[in-house]
Design a protein around this ligand. Structure first.
Ligand code: FPP
Ligand code: MG
Ligand code: MG
Length: 325
């Protein structure tokens, strides 16, 4: 299932905005060095949901959504996101992304890493047009993305609680950029500070929930639905919420505990772990946690002015939950 906007005028405005973002994205990765353009367009062309630009454009509906800076900031956010995906697929040794071959698999790790850096360079150029406060905001966000990814890589320490650690990581690696997507949309549409802060909070909650749904998908969704290889987190030894909850549940079988103890390299073991996790209380409890995040996002939305975009954001919250079912 996709995401549809009921209000026609709003749907038209968002569609137009997304088309402008798309055009700017493509222009922004063009280089005299054609190879860099080609490797950058690889993931741009692979499609993707454009979830972050969509959220920026919806947040901008509380003010002037057609402002040039709104479009620019949406493109910047998507370019930063794309850059992190190139790097993430190297770190996760992923071979598939958005239903296409990942850049590291199509070329190699060096090309994938450098393409991420190239995108970051071009995004930096674009954001300079938005002023120093925007650059500062993006620098903070970038730092959160990197520290989240670093935390995930090294795992939690002896004095850290696993679920709390997980929530910190997913806020940093995913929630932070979606929060900034909301902040930028509101800010550059010209609304007041309280509305900007509120849409940033919506993004933070929605973005963190988005990563929880991503972690459910890694376990529950077949590749032909998700465009990614299921069980990647298990293979990489990344402990996601369904696994943590399964480990905390006394009814979880010794076999699943054994499988969750280490990174899994054998396909048959990954498949077995996936099957056990799908039936576990851990997955069910994770869905319940996702529902709580959705409720919190709806509470935050309720404080915003009653414009059609608020209804659409409500639907976006539903979509983040529904995409895992
Ligand atoms: C995807 O998570 C990864 C992220 C959301 C953040 C990645 C951040 C970096 C790589 C920081 C460094 C970036 C740059 C440009 C210096 P996932 O692996 O759980 O999601 P997936 O299922 O989509 O692969
Ligand atoms: Mg990954
Ligand atoms: Mg990863």
């Amino acid at each position: 299932g996709g995401f549809d906007i009921a209000d026609e005028a709003l749907a038209d405005s968002v569609r137009e905005g997304l088309a402008r973002v798309e055009q700017l994205l493509r222009e922004s990765v063009r280089s005299d060095f054609e190879f860099a353009t080609r490797t950058s367009l690889h993931l741009v062309d692979a499609g993707g949901k454009r979830f972050r630009p969509l959220f920026t454009l919806l947040a901008a509906q509380f003010g002037d959504p057609d402002a040039e800076a709104v479009i620019k900031s949406a493109a910047v956010v998507e370019m930063i996101h794309l850059a992190t995906l190139y790097h993430d697929d190297v770190m996760d040794e992923a071979t598939m992304r958005r239903g296409a071959t990942s850049a590291n698999a199509r070329w190699d790790n060096s090309v994938a890493i450098l393409t991420g850096d190239f995108l970051f360079a071009r995004a930096s150029r674009l954001i300079a047009d938005l002023g120093s406060e925007a650059v500062r905001q993006m620098a903070r966000t970038f730092e959160a993305l990197v520290t989240g990814q670093m935390r995930e890589t090294v795992g939690f320490g002896r004095n850290e609680e696993a679920v709390e650690f997980y929530l910190t990581v997913i806020y940093e690696k995913t929630g932070s950029l979606i929060a900034t997507a909301g902040r930028f949309g509101a800010w550059f549409s010209g609304v007041d500070e309280a509305t900007i802060d509120s849409l940033e909070r919506v993004g933070r909650i929605l973005g963190t929930g988005f990563q929880i749904s991503d972690d459910i998908i890694d376990i529950a969704s077949p590749a032909d639905e998700s465009g990614k290889t299921p069980g990647t987190d298990l293979r990489e030894g990344v402990r996601t919420l369904p696994m943590l909850y399964a480990l905390a549940d006394e009814d979880t079988s010794p076999r699943l505990r054994e499988l969750l103890a280490g990174p899994l390299t054998v396909d048959a073991e990954v498949d077995e772990a996936l099957e056990l996790l799908r039936a576990s209380n851990g997955l069910a409890r994770t869905r319940a946690t996702l529902d709580e995040f959705a409720d919190d996002a709806r509470k935050e939305l309720a404080s915003l002015p009653d414009v059609p975009a608020r209804e659409a954001l409500w639907m976006l919250v539903d979509y983040v939950v529904a995409r895992t079912r």
